[in-house]
Write a protein that binds this ligand. Structure first.
Ligand code: BGC
Length: 854
């Protein structure tokens, strides 16, 4: 059994003053609630309720109802408890404020901001009667491919912990429980029900657990959501060691562990292994399964009681049994939310590159600006899936730029690249190469055969000619033979290229659906469950030759959606985009992903979607003042253009006010201060997990060995000596800062005393700005291999031009420790530790030393 932790939590107290802190009367301040009831009173009250519940009622209580509720119990005066996603705002109860995504919040390196965002999301939840917010998401960014990186707080466990604690405190101060999710190792979306993360304990403790540990022990989060997948061979919803031994015993968690939606696989195992609430319903933890198990002595009533008690404990502690959760005083469409969403977007965008100081643009001289790219309009506040909050209003980049510059300059717009639907709907196929009117003559389109099972075999339930393949339908599908649950389709015919050239084939589906494209009998590409939804490939084809096309589709998920087509590669771009760029003073390309291409449920590509690299290059060829702004939850492949494009901004998914924020950044209304919360690799193969991100053996093995161990992100780049394209912590400003005068006190210490690291920072540029100073600790003497350095503190400091301040951070003993697996505790090896202070993980400006004597 794991031993109770000895040391106090690792944390850094940021002692710099009042960085945008709460003012009296500030709407973001905590709701003035009655003081929390004493623990003994809470337990007494729980006793009273549990005593009056029958066993059947208890079993019903630990399974959710109506998708997002803990069921009401009128006889016992227990209200239904409402849940809502999380984490970027309140989803699934109508429109709400859409804040910058978790990764963007992390890029702000601003814990005060994270706390205020949490508080307003908590307020939005109260306005909608929500008791439990399903966020924050705090899985670690292992690879840019993870479809949900945008929801999370980046690659560093310390940064993720600080963000999580601030956010949770903000939410919970409003009388709403936060939910730390997804516990643990939901680091990819690929086949997430089956992926089995094989992680050694030290790596778990040092990389994947700290944010959850801080959420529990520092922020006292009310709920934890189990991940879909397995860890070391056991599904997380039935992981006794992690749920019971670690979270509930070692961390003394008194809240509830709920399953992710349909992430429970075995009712008895889950009941015994610490799952308290099965969501969205008691499909496994129910009377039918648990009553016999109780009779056979496989599950005890005390185990069931503990689950009910945990739910009731939070209900009582948060006051849900004693007041209306809906707070009518807080407007559904709150102006404070818009304001804070804008502040968050401004604080999180990262200026990656700014060659020749192209930015900020001089608004007074700017006469024309070409706004180009698929992410320019409409607004893309968030990636896809359960985090996709629907805002009342969302300012697209085009609208933001037009509002900021439209009065003095001409703002033109072109999407630049064909949509998938345009490609699918304009593709020209024939059912036979013989055209004309005779029997067997070809018709435009492909022959579609629709099957009542998933095998694409046997007798088709329906055969018809489909001119194009671009369909969506709901489940169950009604074929002429009646409704069916699972189905498949095959389209066959010919493609006759009008001339010699390169042709781009592309297909789309999502969820668990699969497709396969064959040309002249050869497999061209395929998609299996929960991989990237879009596949595309360019082939050199001969004009006039008939190529046999076969496109197979297997539909398994809720709504069928499938498309397939082909277009000449040199016709993917709209030539008008280049023409507009050529005529403008400046061209801004809004490239990146969207809720279809970067989403929950599947991973994404490292490459930008279809045609975007070509678009950036063609705009850059027409205009040397080209700025690229990327919408993405992490790094993308920039190799095809990064050396030619002078200015690049990572906007993440910056929420509903992203358009205004980017426009203000471009004209220098503020100086960017966001920093990368994840290393951006130059090539995918340079990253820590290139070989360990997906299962290393073919199915049925779903084992993903986290063989990089603790060397994730910058820990890997430092360790391997490989240079990232942009390092962790990197982000440029319009002004310049100078760090000086590092002081470490005490320089040598015994025991647990905290170490204070202080430094002076001066804004030596001509504009106001904020710098994120990062404090790393390097341990070169531990008996285990440690990363060359690790982030253990940071401070975001705003300074006027010429202004200078001292700032300090504190390091406690945990900041020097590794997890000693043998001794089952955090251990700091006595000796000298280097203290490295800088403005990115690769720009260390000050170095010092501290000695731990014992
Ligand atoms: C997601 C969770 C989410 C839940 C409810 C699941 O698919 O993984 O993050 O909270 O759905 O929407």
């Amino acid at each position: 059994m794991m031993r109770r932790r000895v040391f106090a939590l690792a944390f850094v107290a940021l002692l710099i003053l009042a960085f945008g802190s709460l003012q009296p009367g500030d709407p973001t301040a905590a709701v003035q609630a009655a003081p929390p009831p004493a623990a003994s009173d809470v337990e007494r009250r729980i006793d009273g309720i549990v005593k009056r519940m029958t066993l059947d009622e208890k079993l019903d209580y630990i399974g959710g109802v109506n998708n997002f509720y803990v069921r009401a119990h009128p006889r016992l005066h227990l209200p239904a408890l409402r849940m809502a996603d999380g984490p970027l705002g309140v989803r699934n109860v109508g429109p709400s404020t859409a804040y910058a995504a978790g990764i963007a919040l992390a890029a702000s390196f601003d814990t005060d901001l994270a706390g205020r965002v949490g508080a307003l999301i908590g307020r939005d939840a109260r306005a909608r009667g929500v008791h439990v917010l399903l966020g924050p998401g705090m899985n670690i960014y292992r690879s840019p491919l993870c479809g949900r990186n945008f929801e999370y707080f980046g690659e560093d466990p310390f940064l993720a912990s600080r963000m999580a604690v601030a956010y949770i405190r903000g939410v919970q101060a409003q009388g709403v429980s936060a939910t730390a999710k997804h516990f643990i190792a939901n680091n990819s979306e690929f086949d997430r029900h089956h992926a089995d993360a094989v992680i050694d304990e030290r790596t778990m403790r040092e990389i994947y657990l700290p944010a959850f540990e801080a959420a529990v022990t520092e922020a006292h989060v009310g709920a934890i959501m189990s991940a879909y997948g397995l860890v070391n061979g056991v599904h997380m919803t039935q992981h006794d060691r992690l749920n019971n031994q670690l979270v509930k015993k070692e961390w003394a968690f008194d809240g509830l562990i709920m399953s992710d939606w349909m992430a429970t696989y075995d009712g008895v195992a889950a009941a015994n292994a610490g799952l308290d609430l099965e969501m969205p319903s008691g499909a496994f933890m129910n009377r039918a399964t648990l009553l016999p198990a109780i009779q056979q002595g496989k599950v005890t009533v005390a185990t069931i009681d503990d689950k009910v008690r945990r739910i009731l404990r939070k209900a009582i502690q948060f006051g849900w049994l004693d007041r209306e959760q809906t707070d009518l005083a807080w407007p559904l469409f709150a102006p404070q939310g818009r304001q804070l969403a804008l502040e968050t977007a401004r604080g999180s965008m990262v200026l990656l590159k700014n060659q020749g100081d192209l930015l900020p643009l001089d608004k007074s001289k700017l006469k024309s600006i070409a706004v180009i790219g698929p992410d320019a309009y409409p607004a893309i506040p968030a990636g896809g899936g359960s985090a996709q909050v629907r805002p009342f209003v969302a300012v697209s980049f085009l609208e933001g730029l037009a509002a900021e510059l439209g009065a003095g300059a001409s703002v033109t717009f072109n999407r630049g690249v064909a949509t998938l639907a345009e490609i699918f709907d304009s593709s020209e196929f024939v059912t036979s190469p013989q055209m004309g009117d005779g029997p067997g003559a070809g018709k435009p389109g492909l022959i579609g055969e629709y099957f009542n099972d998933a095998t694409i075999n046997g007798h088709a339930a329906l055969t018809r000619v489909d001119e194009h393949v671009n369909f969506a339908w709901d489940k169950p599908v009604t074929w002429p033979t009646g409704p069916v649950k699972t189905s498949s389709a095959r389209w066959t015919g010919f493609f006759i290229p009008p001339s010699d050239g390169d042709y781009r084939f592309a297909a789309f589906t999502y969820g668990l659906d699969e497709y396969r494209l064959y040309l002249d009998g050869k497999l061209i590409f395929e998609r299996s469950a929960q991989t990237q939804p879009i596949a595309s490939r360019t082939l050199r084809l001969e004009g006039g030759r008939a190529y046999a096309v076969r496109f197979d589709y297997v539909h398994a998920d809720h709504h069928a959606r499938v498309g397939f087509g082909v277009r000449r590669a040199d016709q993917l771009l709209d030539p008008a985009a280049k023409a507009l760029a050529a005529r403008a003073d400046v061209a801004i390309v809004l490239a990146g992903f969207d809720p279809m291409t970067e989403a929950e449920g599947y991973d994404r590509t490292f490459q930008l979607p279809l045609g975007q690299d070509e678009l950036i290059n063609s705009v850059r060829a027409a205009n040397k003042n080209t700025v690229v702004a990327l919408t993405a939850g992490g790094g993308v492949d920039m190799l095809k253009w990064i050396d030619r494009v002078p200015a690049v901004i990572q906007t993440w998914y910056a929420g509903q006010e992203a358009g205004t924020a980017l426009a203000q950044l471009l004209v220098g209304a503020f100086s960017p201060s966001g920093k990368l919360p994840a290393s951006f690799e130059r090539r995918l193969e340079d990253g820590a997990t290139f070989r360990s991100y997906y299962p290393q053996a073919p199915r049925p093995s779903m084992k993903v060995a986290y063989s990089e161990g603790v060397f994730v992100g910058y820990r890997h780049f430092d360790h391997s000596g490989i240079k990232p394209l942009f390092p962790f912590g990197h982000g440029l400003s319009f002004t310049r800062f100078k760090l000086a005068d590092l002081r470490i006190s005490p320089e040598a210490l015994d025991g647990d005393a905290p170490v204070t690291v202080s430094f002076a920072i001066t804004n030596i540029g001509a504009r106001a700005g904020a710098e994120v100073v990062q404090v790393y600790v390097a341990d070169h003497h531990a008996p285990v291999p440690r990363p060359p350095k690790e982030l253990k503190g940071f401070a975001k400091i705003s300074l006027e031009p010429g202004e200078s301040r001292r700032a300090q951070v504190q390091l406690d003993r945990r900041a020097f420790s590794y997890f000693d697996v043998g001794a089952q505790r955090w251990t700091a090896a006595p000796g000298d530790f280097e203290i490295l202070v800088g403005t990115s993980s690769q720009s260390i400006e000050l170095r010092g030393k501290v000695t731990l004597r014992n």
